[in-house]
Design a protein around this ligand. Structure first.
Ligand SMILES: [Zn+2]
Length: 388
């Protein structure tokens, strides 16, 4: 009998414990049901309904951190970034966060503040995130972008260098461009020497960094160190012949000042060899001979260029002007007719305004980007002859 006295209360106690355990697990299941519903709605892009599901979830379980995180994200996506940052900020005060949750919250906060236009705070959260999660290059990319937008070139350079290190990929040409933007700022505030050091570093990183050559040359010329400036511009014509047209006029001007005419011609001839399909060197060389009064020679250069550049319209203009100078009106007429005819003899091409795909037939459904009525068909297409 005495055994029963012990057993009955023990049994009751066991039942109570079991009941509560069962109740708890049922409750948990219910909770995760509304959480899962929220996730599903979120994936489907039904934000308002997802918000309701997560709100339901957090009133049931105030410990469901992930539900709070998602709720904040949804508010931000619905244009309520202030509300999002308040929710995410409150979460940072919680003690029971896992490392993963903590990092996620910081990342969300950066986006919340960015959406509010508060780049200072966004940068701070990203900085904190990266200090803790050093391999998060997705966040690092956003961080870099923000620094670039704000013109914080020095820090941007270091961040990109770190990114290249982690990815094991070269970002040298981008790094070089960042250096030139930094240099541009020094030049603007009269610190020529500092700017040139940065430009030289940029060229070391990427010998095809056009803006570095342009800026450094300009800076030397402005400080009356023409020879050094010309040296960098000349290097540009060798390293990046396709960009040489950006500098030819200034280069010629500087060389003319010092009477160095033969060098001008050497540079142009060299460029024609390096990039025979570019119109700029022919044009420059033609004008050079025009200045020297050697009209027939200039015309020959134009014609050589026209053959290589698909009747470049600038070369045509120069040729006609030169013929005028020689008084050859008959030839002007013939050449004008020839050029006009050549412009129209090429096949007509319709192009898609959306993806730039080209077609000889008029189309109403683009086979490449699948857009309707994106081809300009109401007016006859321009011929595509005058490129270069
Ligand atoms: Zn298209």
């Amino acid at each position: 009998m005495t055994v029963l006295y012990f057993l009955i209360p023990l049994l009751i106690l066991a039942l109570i414990v079991l009941y509560h355990a069962f109740d708890r697990s049922e409750k948990l299941e219910e909770e995760s049901a509304s959480y899962l519903t929220g996730l599903r709605l979120m994936v489907r892009g039904e934000r308002q309904r997802a918000i309701h599901a997560f709100q339901e979830e957090i009133t049931r379980d105030t410990e469901n951190i992930d539900a709070y995180i998602k709720l904040g994200t949804l508010y931000r996506e619905c244009g309520e970034a202030g509300r999002a940052s308040r929710i995410h900020n409150e979460l940072t005060l919680r003690r029971e966060l896992t490392r993963g949750q903590q990092l996620e919250i910081w990342e969300e906060l950066a986006q919340d503040y960015l959406a509010q236009g508060d780049t200072d705070s966004a940068l701070n959260w990203l900085r904190r995130l990266l200090a803790e999660d050093r391999h998060n290059n997705e966040a690092r990319r956003r961080y870099l972008h923000l620094l670039e937008v704000r013109g914080q070139w020095g820090e941007a350079f270091e961040v990109l260098k770190k990114m290249a290190e982690i990815e094991g990929v070269s970002h040298d040409s981008h790094l070089a461009l960042i250096r030139t933007e930094e240099a541009r700022r020094h030049f603007a505030s009269g610190e020529g020497k500092k700017g040139r050091v940065l430009c030289k570093e940029a060229i070391k990183l990427d010998k095809c960094c056009t803006p570095a050559y342009l800026l450094i040359g300009q800076s030397y010329v402005e400080e009356n160190r023409s020879a050094e400036g010309v040296e960098f511009w000349e290097r540009l014509t060798n390293e990046v012949p396709q960009d040489a047209h950006l500098v030819l006029e200034d280069l010629e001007l500087e060389l003319f000042k010092t009477g160095n005419f033969s060098k001008v011609e050497t540079i142009y001839r060299n460029l024609i060899e390096l990039a025979p399909n570019q119109s700029a060197p022919y044009l420059a060389l033609g004008r050079f001979h025009e200045k020297k009064g050697e009209f027939q020679h200039a015309i020959d250069i134009c014609r050589a260029g026209l053959a290589k550049t698909d009747n470049n319209i600038w070369l045509v203009r120069l040729e006609l002007r030169l013929l005028g100078r020689l008084g050859q009106t008959e030839q002007i007429l013939t050449r004008t007719q020839e050029v006009i005819e050549s412009l129209f003899s090429t096949s007509r091409v319709f192009s898609c305004e959306s993806c730039k795909a080209e077609s000889e037939l008029p189309l109403w459904y683009c086979p490449r980007c699948h857009t309707w009525s994106s081809y300009q068909t109401s007016t006859p297409p321009m011929a595509t002859a005058s490129r270069g």
